[in-house]
Design a binder for this molecule. Structure first.
Ligand SMILES: *Cc1c(COP(=O)(O)O)cnc(C)c1O
Length: 384
């Protein structure tokens, strides 16, 4: 059994992928070829965002968004510690400071109430109101990066309320949620800027690295396109700002165009797989806490993550599954505020209890559009 079965998917689209790759080999425009514009057009239409900008990875998408917003030293960017390292890494890379905010225990996404407390604490430089990074000095609250963890969007209405009140930009980390929905709107259209990843294991994955930035703001789009190519101005040899080489490869865009033709159907298939899990696991393993999808949300089901009673229970269940040749994974075993990479910020254990507790109890089961009912029966049986 595969944790994510990319072979089953490839069997469906192999001819289209090969034809698209051959097209690129024929025209030879490996950098910024026409497939990139086409992919941007299709994904913008799908998400409802006015602009889509292809780039080299989900990490670079986040970096481009922050750079375009001119985030740097002295700025506070709010995000959760229960995410992939890239979310906070790019903040530190730019010399800004990640200010961690705990998650809601039922969705694993940023807790909007805690966000407001964190913003007020930063404004007052008062760590009695909310844990703050050490020795960061006076910080200016600039942006919040909600993460749509495991494919479920954060609560953007509640986040927007706090953001508007305090003048924060909202950067949606939609690396795991392409295809998801929040109150009738698609993921990647839920913030001022949104960033997704085409890493092979993500809901819309390529055959290598890639990413995309989405925005409804014309000026921001122009800035991002400039930063994407070394801060270029009107032409290649006019440089108006410090940028990077962040382009998406034409070959990846060609692969993604083929994959996207079946993507909406795959999102439907993922809903069916998740519904079957809910039914089978409720019966087989009543002490597991299953994913909660609030009313009005659709998850892209990047992962199907469940909570065991405690760490020992998780170890026991993972072992049972391993004995039955069923792969599992833990996202994420150590929250970012306890990672060595962020030790300079002086965060301590006990500061973000929900994130810490979930990181000890959570694990993910095989999840992909082609997971068969018989396999899910085996998984449920092994968990009994
Ligand atoms: C995968 C991921 C990223 C980074 O995407 P890459 O394409 O691997 O650089 C960022 N944030 C989250 C939440 C992710 O899951």
């Amino acid at each position: 059994m595969q944790f994510i079965d990319l072979k089953a998917q490839q069997a469906r689209i192999r001819d289209a992928v090969e034809a698209n790759l051959r097209g690129v080999l024929d025209h030879g425009r490996y950098i910024m070829g026409p497939e990139i514009k086409e992919l941007e057009k299709r994904l913008a239409a799908y998400t409802g965002a006015a602009h889509a900008i292809g780039c080299s990875s989900g990490t670079d998408a986040l970096l481009l968004a922050l750079m375009a917003l001119d985030v740097g030293p002295g700025d506070a960017v709010f995000t959760t510690p229960f995410t992939f390292v890239a979310t906070a890494e790019v903040v530190s890379l730019l010399g800004a400071t990640p200010v961690f905010v705990d998650i809601d225990r039922t969705t694993y996404n940023i807790d909007p109430g805690a966000l407001e407390k964190a913003v007020l604490a930063v404004q007052a430089s008062d760590d009695k109101r909310h844990p703050l990074p050490e020795a960061a000095g006076m910080l200016t609250p600039r942006a919040v990066m909600p993460v749509d963890l495991f494919g479920l969007p954060a609560d953007y209405d509640a986040v927007a309320e706090v953001a508007e009140k305090h003048g924060l930009a909202v950067i949606e980390d939609a690396a795991q949620s392409f295809g998801a929905e929040y109150k009738g709107r698609k993921a990647c259209s839920l913030g001022d800027v949104a960033c997704t990843s085409f890493f092979p294991a993500k809901p819309l994955g390529g055959y290598g690295d890639g990413g995309m930035v989405f925005t409804g703001d014309d000026e921001l789009e122009e800035t991002i396109r400039s930063i994407l190519v070394h801060g270029q101005g009107r032409d290649k040899y006019e440089n108006v700002r410090i940028g990077m080489n962040g382009r998406l490869d034409t070959l990846q865009a060609a692969v993604l165009l083929a994959k996207f033709t079946i993507f909406p159907e795959e999102i439907e298939l993922r809903q069916a797989v998740a519904a079957r899990y809910a039914e089978k696991l409720t019966a087989a393993a009543p002490d597991l806490i299953l994913p909660n999808v609030p009313e009005g949300y659709v998850s892209a089901w990047a992962q199907y993550s469940v909570l065991a009673r405690d760490g020992a229970h998780r170890t026991e269940l993972q072992q049972k599954l391993r004995d039955a040749d069923i792969p599992t994974a833990v996202y994420y075993p150590k929250p970012l505020h306890l990672q060595t990479a962020f030790s300079r910020l002086g965060y301590e254990e006990g500061m973000f209890r929900a994130s810490e507790n979930c990181s000890q109890r959570i694990f993910s089961l095989p999840m992909h559009p082609y997971l068969e009912e018989a396999d899910q029966d085996r998984i449920a049986e092994a968990l009994t």
